[in-house]
Design a protein around this ligand. Structure first.
Ligand code: ATP
Ligand code: MG
Length: 305
């Protein structure tokens, strides 16, 4: 595997937002440039060193899914910059004009949306914060679940369990009433139906590749009045993927991508406040390998990074 120069942070004109992983720039004319860096976070803290090529893998994976799901939902993608055909009509101004060579396959031109301020979480299996709530109160987003469920057990049906989009700190799970109150009853129902439809299509695909899509988070917005899937989709950053072979109710199946990193961090004397410890070479290499393998398994394609 060739390893490209890692990209930890970008500094181009028109920075709109710097997330844990992606730097987003305003290109004007209703377009944005989203650059996926090689930053990685664990326990919600950004690690001090990059995973080389991770941003390329994430970009290619999200693009794969957007394309696969385009008959189910419109999306915000104009094109990955390396796809010269797709971006041929985009003016080469601002951040796009300044984009360093070699960044093309980690950078996506997208249409700016009027964002809906709710994270559309869909759960298929009982895991993570949903498992924690269930243990506490027997509920998920405030609604009762059957008694006696185990961790990682499949839910009785796909469940739409949205949360707030917290600018700082953790997103809060919303009950149906709270969600309906936030976006309105009609839009809530539309988002629920759409999210479940998109999830189902993705889940069927993942299953065919020997992977379980346990849960994911979608974001939607309006572009020219049309409800559109935005942000990134179905990467290990927004989704919980398990290997079918690892899944066993009553256990915590390893997170496909970050388990190695998390396990290593737990051996360190670190209080989960920044700065995180420097990652040794083998942790970086193993994590990179997992991301690449998630990409290859889900897409059936190989990637040189
Ligand atoms: N087409 C779009 N139009 C407008 N905003 C968008 C679009 N697609 C994504 N966004 C927004 O851009 C931002 C991307 O930020 P990013 O995901 O990198 O960081 P974050 O959400 O702040 O934090 P985290 O690192 O936890 O994800 C999000 O706020 C997302 O809602
Ligand atoms: Mg985000």
């Amino acid at each position: 595997m060739t390893v490209a120069t890692p990209v930890y942070e970008t500094s181009l004109s028109g920075l709109l937002h710097r997330g844990k992983v992606r730097d987003t720039y305003d290109l004007g004319d209703g377009l944005l440039l989203m650059v996926a860096t090689d930053r990685i976070s664990a326990f919600d803290i950004i690690m001090p060193n990059p995973i080389p090529g991770k941003g390329v893998i994430l970009t290619q994976m999200a693009t794969f899914w957007f394309d696969l799901l385009k008959s189910v939902t419109p999306n915000h993608v104009v094109g990955v910059v390396s796809d010269s055909d797709a971006v041929r009509n985009v003016p080469r101004t601002g951040a796009l004009a300044e984009l360093p060579e070699g960044y093309e396959d980690r950078s996506t031109v997208i249409k700016r949306a009027e964002r809906i301020e709710m994270e559309c979480v869909v759960r298929n299996y009982l895991a993570g914060t949903a498992w924690a709530e269930y243990q506490d109160s027997g509920t998920m987003n405030g609604a009762a679940l059957p008694d006696g469920m185990q961790e990682s057990e499949r839910l009785p049906e796909l469940m739409f369990v949205p949360s707030t989009k917290a600018e700082h700190g953790h997103d809060q799970a919303l009950s149906r009433a709270e969600g309906e109150n936030l976006v309105g009853v009609e839009l809530y129902r539309t988002l629920e139906a759409k999210s479940i439809e998109v999830f189902s299509a993705a889940h069927i695909h993942a299953k065919g590749k020997g992977m379980i899509l346990a849960d994911t988070k979608f974001e939607f917005g309006f572009i020219d009045g049309e409800l559109t899937l935005i942000d990134e989709v179905l990467t290990p950053d927004s989704s919980r993927f398990w290997d079918v072979a690892d899944w066993k109710p009553g256990t915590t199946p390893p997170a496909y991508d970050k388990q190695y990193l998390r396990d290593w961090l737990l051996t360190q004397d670190w209080n989960r406040e920044p700065p995180a410890p420097n990652l040794p070479g083998n942790v970086v290499a193993q994590t990179q390998k997992r991301y690449l393998s998630a990409y290859e398994r889900l897409t059936g394609k190989s990637l040189t990074i």
